[in-house]
Design a protein around this ligand. Structure first.
Ligand code: ZN
Ligand code: ZN
Length: 369
């Protein structure tokens, strides 16, 4: 009896400690890649200042709890259904949230959602100086006003009113030609947009993934399958300025339902940083055994494309698995060819990778005098 009381006291103290000091996850979701920090960002969410149901500071606390680096409170410019209780004040969500963000080390970026009928649709402007200046009836005037502030502008959830109303039209071509449009949401909440994915590749637009969360973010454990839709930004440092530079350079990946979506070179970089093979630790006749370690928060799913190695490999998030393969005759390297089916370089196109392991050379072991 005494023992269990002690145990409950310990549990109670532990939970008090966690509450008192915050609950930011200890291990980053994804490793940094060569030359860049991998920052976890959500550039699209709402508060009570438009049609959301939470106060701005709560968004910052949610971001800390979920281990995000940067957020944007992107309330609608043209739509405030709570206006009778909370009058239109476009600058206030950022101003209210900023002191909490500074204390909790969350990078807060000022932004808003330009909200027109679809078409032409909704556009987020981020890194804004003054949100009220974007309040124009015409979408091109609004987007130009954002671009005049050197903002990064992306087109949101393009098919939310159906595929016909989400088609690329002259208005987007005008934005693109004037360099007023810089990215597109490839995923928003529970929806992935293959057409937007392809347009980003064809038109050199930056790929964005966002939650577009309106309700409170419920306190549930993150799992590889269950997490916010987010953008990973490969930035030179952890700062607002570095995120801006990376977005204009297109260095992003979309993290959506246990998948990463992005330009090939960036997927290769995150794969190389995440998947680490060990040397062969045991061999029997022509069979060698090694470990593959996954330093990412994806449950990695791999499908063999070559002739050697297991046909399918699953490496759970932040875990290692043992793998066996046939050792080649007289080669210096064991090479296994796979595709990572949950890393997409284009719609329906998985990333192809080679797993390479240096083999011990018998000749080196022989000492000759
Ligand atoms: Zn919207
Ligand atoms: Zn929205």
């Amino acid at each position: 009896m005494k023992k269990s009381c002690g145990l409950w006291l310990a549990v109670g103290l532990l939970s008090w400690t966690l509450t008192a000091f915050g609950q930011r996850p200890a291990v980053p979701y994804f490793p940094d890649v060569k030359d860049y920090k991998t920052l976890v960002c959500d550039f699209h969410m709402h508060t009570v200042f438009s049609d959301g149901t939470v106060w701005p500071t709560v968004r910052v606390q949610e971001a800390e709890r979920e281990g995000l680096d940067a957020i944007v409170l992107s309330d609608h410019i043209e739509y405030q259904p709570h206006r009778d209780d909370i009058p239109t004040q476009h600058e206030r969500p950022y101003e209210i949230a900023l002191p909490t963000a500074q204390e909790l080390n969350i990078l807060l970026i000022k932004g808003a959602e330009i909200t027109k009928d679809t078409p032409p649709g909704h556009y987020n402007g981020i890194f804004l100086q003054h949100i009220a200046s974007l309040d124009h009836p015409d979408v091109l005037d609004a987007v130009k006003a954002a671009a005049d502030q050197k903002a990064f502008v992306f087109w949101n959830h393009h098919t939310w009113k159906g595929i016909d109303r989400g088609q690329w039209q002259d208005v987007q071509t005008v934005m693109l030609k004037n360099n007023w449009l810089h990215g597109m949401e490839v995923a928003n909440g529970n929806t992935y947009y293959p057409l937007a994915h392809q347009w980003c590749l064809d038109k050199n637009l930056t790929m964005i993934g966002s939650s577009d969360i309106h309700q409170p973010s419920i306190e549930v454990p993150y799992t590889p399958q269950q997490h916010r839709t987010l953008t990973l930004v490969l930035a030179k440092e952890r700062s607002v300025q570095a995120i801006r530079e990376a977005l204009f350079a297109g260095r992003t990946l979309v993290w959506y339902q246990n998948q990463l979506i992005g330009p090939r070179s960036q997927l290769e970089a995150i794969y190389k940083a995440s998947v680490v093979p060990s040397p062969i630790y045991f061999s029997r006749k022509k069979t060698g055994f090694f470990e593959l370690t996954n330093r990412s928060f994806l449950d990695l799913q791999m499908q063999r494309t070559g002739k050697n190695g297991p046909q399918q490999l699953t490496i759970p998030a932040h875990s290692s698995v043992s793998v066996k393969a046939t050792l080649p005759d007289e080669a210096e390297t064991l090479t296994l060819s796979y595709v990572v089916t949950n890393m997409l370089t284009a719609p329906d196109t998985p990333l192809d990778v080679n797993i390479e392991i240096a083999l011990p050379q018998p000749a080196e072991a022989v000492t000759t005098n």
